[in-house]
Design a binder for this molecule. Structure first.
Ligand SMILES: *Cc1c(COP(=O)(O)O)cnc(C)c1O
Length: 713
């Protein structure tokens, strides 16, 4: 089934290109390509929840046949395909015109999760979206990257909230054959299966690929018959299971991933590790060099000079530490191949601040990578402090860990109507110049009325969408009416709407705004200037404290005394995130500092003219300029929950609510709209994946690539 004509037998020659397009996520960030599939079969597009591969499975072939003869469709088809082909083929792009000697081989990017589109549930949260947005931007800029990850057949959890507000998780098996992913075949036309080296009993992975514009992402799947039953589940779900299962997952990701590249004949010059999970890939790079005659020190020196490591969290649970006994079980036959003994091997992963704790993946990656970074300026400070013990001779501020602040892929996160508005009022080519501050200046010239009208339309879209979701539940599941009422059916499009959507990790403090319920209730139930809030997010299946917070929120949403002005929407995913970051009025964020390394959902909101009300942590320390939203929480205090919640209430009562409801005779809150504009203008160019990706290239890749060229690999 390697041939697309076998996959889509009814696809007429004239529109054959749709097959290739369906399997290239390029469509996910090009509205005109999505429109093509929607035009083709509106019902199938909706039913498939926007999955072009399903839309093209047209058993009778009638729809496809008609389209191939419809001049209107063909005009659109030709225009999209021309652009698609031009963007796929070209070796042009920013990278190629700026990096003079990139060498022969691409940069390998390894990550445990990727958030690319809701049809591919291979993410749990921000780390995944960062990786997904990065790949899309690499495609746009022409950065030569090849990516490696897992296919999780059970995805991340599907969330269901029981009548008592407790999160029940479900998982729905991914329909591999109908997702925009394809099997990789060997040269004999057989499904490619690769044995993970050095692991006994053996583990095999089947290899899939996702085309992300010009970038290829390979995905490994352990759920195949060749594996022992207990190995089949290694890649079943994200971050699950015992330390041993997790260690196996990371062995497969790092060592198996490196082997997959080998088997495919894809050499790489630079390795970029997105977080510590795939760090064992470093070992394979060293082992190959040792096998070809280098000493461990020579080999690790060369590897270090060409390895980039990005750390993403100061939260301890985010850093894997494996007991030495487990490491010994899986690596005792491995370390001799590096020219090391047990002790020298274990030392590679020792955290000097907790030497007995086990093999620390972050400490290992920090030691073995020549380029290291945290993901915001603030996170950089925290990380240098956290890992100073690795550089005991250096003062904290000189610890060699840089900051490269995360950014979002602008074409992915801009709302299509707002995109049209910018096309009309900024210029037709703004998207190609979106990381240039100058481009955004002309947002000021858009009339307040246009912005406000567009925002209101997008807000209605969110509210209608929420109602439709609940309607299905009401219709088919005969759900408890209180659950229905808690899910947003009573939302009022005219009320000031706050959004709070993120993973329910305890440090994100989802219930902070409920701290003083009476005070908050007064705001919600104000007759003339009401406030409402929409919550969404999943707790990790093993995180009972997180589930308790969720339960508290859900119970508040069910409580009639809040008048239906608190809503909890189930099953936060990429699609729901799109609706929320586009359509609410204010994006609320109040983690416990300094634990939010960066945060990216607030950037998505700001891009669409939704200002942030956020604690000064992560990116907001750089993003807030006094005019583009609201900030609090500068000072630490003994009882932060009290002071921070008071700060939120004060800002809402004294600033946000009066500004929002200060409407002119023309029905438009002009001062509010100027905050919206300022949000778009000031944050978009800086917090774009484009700025971020260029920074990785300029600060790290180009130097690492030079080392690779010098070392001739
Ligand atoms: C952007 C995004 C995240 C990350 O947002 P944070 O602000 O870092 O919490 C998580 N989940 C989804 C679905 C997203 O789109």
């Amino acid at each position: 089934m390697n041939d697309l004509s076998e996959v889509f037998p009814n696809l007429p020659e004239r529109i054959r290109g749709l097959g290739e397009l369906a399997y290239n996520l390029w469509w996910s960030w090009h509205p005109e390509a999505r429109m093509l599939f929607k035009m083709l079969n509106r019902a199938a597009w909706k039913m498939s929840v926007h999955n072009p591969v399903k839309v093209l499975h047209d058993p009778e072939g009638e729809v496809l046949d008609a389209a191939s003869k419809d001049p209107r469709f063909l005009r659109h088809y030709d225009a999209v395909m021309t652009r698609f082909k031009a963007e796929m083929k070209s070796t042009s792009g920013w990278f190629n015109s700026n990096i003079t000697d990139p060498g022969k081989f691409p940069i390998a990017y390894f990550s445990a999760e990727y958030g690319l589109h809701h049809s591919l549930p291979f993410y749990a949260g921000g780390l995944g979206f960062l990786a997904g947005d990065f790949l899309k931007e690499c495609s746009d800029l022409g950065v030569p990257v090849v990516a490696m990850g897992f296919m999780y057949p059970e995805g991340y959890l599907q969330q269901r909230i029981g009548p008592d507000g407790w999160q029940e998780s479900d998982s729905e098996a991914l329909d591999r054959e109908n997702a925009p992913i394809r099997r990789v075949f060997d040269d004999k036309g057989k499904r490619l299966v690769v044995k993970v080296p050095f692991i006994e009993p053996p583990i095999y992975v089947e290899v899939w690929k996702v085309q992300v514009g010009r970038v290829l992402l390979y995905l490994m799947d352990t759920d195949i018959e060749m594996n022992d039953p207990w190995s089949r589940g290694i890649s079943a779900r994200l971050y699950i299971g015992t330390p041993e299962l997790r260690l196996k997952q990371e062995v497969v990701l790092g060592i198996g991933g490196a082997e997959v590249l080998n088997v495919l004949g894809i050499k790489h010059s630079v390795l970029h590790l997105n977080e510590g999970h795939p760090a064992f890939a470093i070992l394979e790079r060293i082992r190959e060099r040792v096998a070809s005659g280098m000493t461990f020190d020579e080999a690790s020196g060369q590897v270090r000079a060409t390895t980039v490591f990005t750390t993403h969290t100061p939260v301890p649970a985010g850093h894997d530490v494996f007991p030495f006994s487990l490491m010994e079980k899986y690596f005792h036959s491995y370390w001799p191949s590096l020219g090391l003994d047990n002790e020298a091997f274990m030392k590679l992963g020792m955290n000097p601040a907790a030497p007995a704790a086990g093999f620390n993946m972050t400490a290992f990656a920090m030691r073995m990578s020549g380029y290291r970074n945290a993901v915001s300026k603030r996170h950089g400070e925290v990380t240098r402090k956290m890992w100073q013990s690795l550089w005991p001779d250096l003062p904290e501020e000189s610890v060699p860990i840089e900051s490269i602040t995360n950014g979002i892929h602008i074409p992915t996160w801009i709302e299509p109507r707002i995109q049209l508005l910018l096309n009309r009022f900024v210029h037709m080519d703004w998207l190609n110049e979106h990381d240039v501050a100058e481009t955004w200046k002309s947002v000021k010239d858009i009339s307040d009325e246009e912005i406000w009208k567009t925002h209101f339309w997008v807000k209605m879209k969110l509210i209608i969408r929420m109602r439709e979701r609940v309607r299905q539940r009401w219709l088919y599941e005969n759900a408890d009416p209180r659950i229905i009422l808690a899910s947003g059916v009573l939302l009022d499009p005219n009320a000031l709407t706050l959004g709070f959507a993120r993973r329910f990790a305890t440090y994100k403090r989802a219930t902070l705004i409920l701290h003083n319920l009476e005070r908050f209730k007064r705001m919600l139930n104000d007759r003339w200037r009401p406030v409402q809030i929409i919550f969404a997010g999943k707790a990790h299946p093993d995180d009972d404290p997180g589930k308790q917070l969720l339960q508290q929120v859900f119970n508040a949403a069910k409580d009639p005394s809040f008048g239906g002005r608190i809503a909890f929407v189930e099953d936060y995913d990429e699609r729901l995130a799109q609706y929320l970051v586009h359509g609410v009025d204010v994006w609320l964020n109040n983690p416990l500092p300094p634990l939010e390394a960066c945060g990216t959902s607030g950037m998505k909101a700001s891009l669409n003219g939704v200002p942030n009300l956020s604690i000064l942590d992560g990116w907001w320390g750089e993003g807030f300029n006094g005019k583009n939203g609201w900030a609090f929480g500068k000072e630490d205090s003994p009882d932060r929950d009290v002071t921070d919640s008071e700060a939120i209430y004060n800002i809402l009562e004294n600033q946000v609510i009066p500004l929002y409801y200060n409407v002119g005779d023309d029905g438009i809150p002009h001062e509010w709209v100027s905050v919206m504009k300022e949000a778009m203008i000031s944050t978009t160019p800086l917090f774009s994946a484009r700025r971020m990706t260029k920074e990785y290239v300029n600060k790290f890749y180009q130097h690492a690539l030079k080392s690779a060229v010098k070392g001739d690999f």
